[in-house]
Ligand binder design. Structure first.
Ligand code: SAH
Length: 239
């Protein structure tokens, strides 16, 4: 019997995350302790599907890069880790522009919430934009999935940036107010901005007066780069 050459895949859930746009989302999971709440959709909202999930500290999320699907894909992609201009094969990369637009992330399992017949699964360390559709969840099995001698030679060439992050002193009362609602807010902003989310061709600039903006939760965050550090200069409550 020949296998079919195309398959129907349903979204089984969507994930809510603090990342309201693609800009500044870490390039891989667990680079920031960002929280995600997975809500299962119609036909998949069945707590039995998660029976035993508490045995696993980490989970694989398989999802669709839904915000990039309409842009299609090419055989080669620009590799941010090679400075932004050099290319690599799409299948030699974790690019979001891929033949089937499928992403995969290992995240921390923070447990199930079941309320009024709605099943939710909490996770930590997400690199997904708010509202991303999930197509599968699987346990992370360390005896098979963790590879001791794995090599990533690009990591030596171009490691993930790590800049200090400061908040302008004038923001302290605003920050305290935000943290009454989002207790991880300054830790999240710090982890996200330490990775210098500017485009690759700007990342060598240790002074950059442009004000960059990113929305985390419902807060618009403005930042610049000064003396090699990231300075958060504005926090604006949206909506
Ligand atoms: N860990 C995943 C994702 C790596 S790429 C994998 O390897 O498959 C990570 C980037 O995906 C983030 O920086 C973010 O900009 C982008 N991204 C996250 N969710 C997305 C979505 N729903 N649609 C398009 N791009 C998304």
């Amino acid at each position: 019997m020949t296998a079919p050459s195309s398959f129907d895949i349903a979204s089984i859930a969507t994930i809510a995350t603090p990342f309201k746009q693609k800009f500044a989302i870490p390039r891989q999971p667990n680079l920031a302790k960002a929280q995600g709440v997975i809500t299962f959709g119609e036909g998949f909202n069945d707590i039995n599907m998660l029976k035993g999930v508490e045995h696993y500290s980490h989970l694989w999320l398989l999802f669709i890069f839904h915000q990039n699907l309409e842009r299609g894909w090419k055989s080669t992609v620009k590799a941010p880790r090679l400075g932004g201009n050099a290319t690599m094969g799409v299948l030699a990369s974790r690019s979001t522009h891929r033949p089937n637009g499928i992403g995969m992330s290992v995240v921390v399992n923070k447990g199930i919430i079941s309320r009024n017949g709605q099943t939710q699964l909490c996770v930590e360390g997400v690199d997904l934009v708010d509202g991303t559709p999930l197509i599968d969840v699987k346990p992370y099995i360390s005896y098979a999935d963790s590879v001791d001698n794995a090599k990533d030679k690009l990591d030596d060439i171009n490691p993930i940036p790590h800049r200090d992050v400061f908040f302008a002193p004038s923001l302290s009362s605003m920050l305290a107010k935000i943290e009454t609602k989002h207790s991880d807010f300054s830790a999240l902003v710090t982890a996200v901005l330490a990775q210098d989310p500017r485009p690759a061709y700007k990342q060598h600039l240790d002074n950059d007066e442009k004000i960059y903006r990113v929305t985390l939760y419902d807060i618009d965050v403005g930042f610049t780069i000064k003396n090699a550090a990231v300075c958060v200069t504005e926090l604006v409550q949206l909506g």
